[in-house]
Design a protein around this ligand. Structure first.
Ligand SMILES: CC(C)(COP(=O)(O)OP(=O)(O)OC[C@H]1O[C@@H](n2cnc3c(N)ncnc32)[C@H](O)[C@@H]1OP(=O)(O)O)[C@@H](O)C(=O)NCCC(=O)NCCS
Length: 144
């Protein structure tokens, strides 16, 4: 099993958008994912490949000393094999020179919360009724 991290390119977006629609009820639109690949210098769209197939992805923004992980997923068939942990560790390593990393996660998303806590994130505050269905978001922070 060959694992590789690389920049998400515009030609990856159809595959990523299909996974995104399968995974999230409030999925990012195709155009939103595509805009992550427009080369603006604060945007770092990443894919994780297993044997040449996209198994996961993340959309990260970095400003001055802050890193925001805006989107993060592993495709269902690749889950619970340690790949989510590899992807978050890759991101944290890539941005080790920054000060803080932040992300938002649904309060009910125990799998992701466990992963982020294992990677060293802590709940920073709660955004009440943040999601369109009224669910709260945990804003999590890790000092880098
Ligand atoms: C959350 C997610 C990224 C985890 O990816 P993964 O590759 O399955 O995670 P890993 O195999 O690396 O697991 C790492 C840790 O995460 C936690 N975890 C992963 N899946 C879990 C599950 N189904 N239930 C509870 N904890 C879970 C565990 O603590 C695990 O450590 P362990 O293996 O020592 O128990 C994946 O389930 C996913 O893509 N979910 C849908 C998208 C999503 O919710 N993204 C986050 C949005 S903020």
């Amino acid at each position: 099993m060959k694992t590789r991290f690389r920049e998400m390119m515009a030609e990856d977006v159809p595959t990523v958008a299909a996974q995104e629609n399968e995974i999230f009820k409030d999925a990012w639109a195709y155009e939103q994912l595509l805009s992550e690949t427009d080369g603006q210098k604060h945007k770092f769209p990443i894919v994780l490949e297993i044997d040449g197939r996209i198994a996961g992805y993340a959309c990260v923004w970095a400003f001055i000393d802050e890193v925001h992980i805006n989107n993060f997923a592993i495709a269902p068939i690749f889950r619970q094999k340690g790949l989510g942990m590899k992807l978050i560790r890759f991101i944290l390593g890539r941005f080790a020179a920054y000060k803080n990393a932040y992300l938002e996660v649904r309060k009910s998303n125990k799998a992701a919360i466990n992963l982020y806590e294992k990677a060293g994130f802590k709940t920073f505050f709660i955004r009440q009724k943040y999601y369109s269905d009224g669910e709260d978001a945990l804003v999590m922070q890790k000092k880098l």
